[in-house]
Design a protein around this ligand. Structure first.
Ligand SMILES: [Ca+2]
Ligand SMILES: [Ca+2]
Ligand SMILES: [Ca+2]
Ligand SMILES: [Ca+2]
Length: 358
């Protein structure tokens, strides 16, 4: 018995001390996910299954560890190769920005400041207590698949340093190795995780995505950071101009349409934590939802709730906000002029065109 316990301890110890490899694949050393996606993606469900090109974006789960002078962060999911962005904010030291300013570094075509206060008192606002110290962003696309990354310090009073990090391709061999010590990798192979929609979903079971290693010394621009032993991470998928936020935020939104202009988003007004913490435990996945019809009225509900209310359930992953609505009555056969009914006007059109045979 003693031998077994000793062997198990050794296995646990070796797992716990192995540093992640930055290749876009979840390592055992991350342990269990610190956050799990609970919302379907409004930015497309990728089904290509290729490590590079992807036709959808989602953040299925979040992991983070600090080891050997680096903060490692892994986002299971996909980044659509149309220059969608993943915007990552890290709170790992005193100070920082709870509401994003607009006098931060001009990087990625001023995309960081596009999310900040435009002078009217708005600006992307994080949950209470989250004061971001660093922004990192990654994107991908092009005829020849290429990844790009940028980062910036977020000082309490703005005007921190920021720069383009570099470019790469997919997987570990294609990782971006920046001059500053950053490493970023992307593997877009995932075809699981959440589906398309804006209802509840579950990001479980995804092992590939976006992986980042941040050298801790970069968070200590003034020698005042102290020994960094923990970190909080907020991340979301944004469009190519950093000006239209998806509903893929980690932690999740609990079912939501895309959030739109980032400078009008306030995570403190949205239920739950829109960030995760090293060592944190992910909430269990919610029951999936789908469109539930009460005649022509529609609600996104779990199947059990829909049935209990005598609604007609349209299946997991279906949702109400489509055109036409899943609850819309079928169009009339013979409604030639498309005004919603079949009457003599339709008949006259048919008679007027009698014999037409192009
Ligand atoms: Ca990895
Ligand atoms: Ca901070
Ligand atoms: Ca998916
Ligand atoms: Ca919140």
């Amino acid at each position: 018995m003693k031998t077994i316990i000793t062997t198990l301890s050794l296995i646990c110890a070796s797992t716990a001390f192995a540093q992640p490899v930055v290749d876009g694949t979840v390592d055992a050393s991350y342990g269990a996910p610190n956050a799990m996606q609970n919302t379907q993606t409004g930015f497309g469900n990728s089904d290509l299954g290729m490590p590079d090109f992807s036709n959808g974006s989602e953040i299925d789960a979040g992991y983070a560890v600090i080891d050997g002078g680096y903060l490692y962060i892994m986002f299971a999911g996909n980044l659509e190769s149309v220059f969608n962005k993943i915007d990552i904010f890290v709170d790992a030291r005193s100070g920082g920005q709870n509401r994003l300013r607009s006098d931060n570094s001009d990087v990625d075509f001023d995309g960081l400041n596009r999310m900040g206060d435009d002078g009217t008192g708005n600006g992307l606002t994080f949950d209470a207590g989250f004061e971001a110290d660093m922004w990192v962003s990654m994107t991908c696309g092009g005829e020849v698949f290429t990844t790009y990354a940028s980062y910036a310090e977020l000082h309490t009073e703005g005007a921190g340093f920021g720069t383009y990090i570099g470019q790469g391709t997919s997987g570990g061999d294609g990782a971006i190795y920046g001059k500053t010590g950053f490493i970023l990798a992307l593997d877009n192979s995932n075809v699981g995780g959440v589906g398309y929609g804006e209802g509840l979903g579950c990001g479980e079971g995804v092992t590939t995505g976006i992986e980042v290693a941040i050298p801790l010394y970069l968070l200590d621009w003034d020698g005042g950071a102290g020994d960094i032993t923990s970190a909080k991470v907020c991340a979301f998928i944004n469009n190519s101009g950093h000006d239209y936020m998806s509903n893929q935020v980690i932690g999740g939104l609990g079912g939501s349409p895309n959030l739109g202009d980032p400078r009008n988003v306030n995570f403190d007004l949205i239920a739950g934590d829109q960030f995760f913490t090293i060592g944190g435990t992910a909430d269990p996945c919610p029951d999936p939802t789908g469109a539930c019809c009460f005649d022509t009225d529609c609600s996104d509900l779990a199947e059990a709730d829909c049935v209990a209310l005598s609604g007609e359930y349209h299946g997991d992953g279906s949702f109400c906000n489509t055109d036409p609505s899943p609850c819309a009555p079928p169009p009339c056969q013979g409604d030639v002029d498309g005004d919603g009914d079949v009457d003599v006007e339709d008949l006259l059109i048919v008679i007027g065109n009698w014999g037409c045979s192009p």
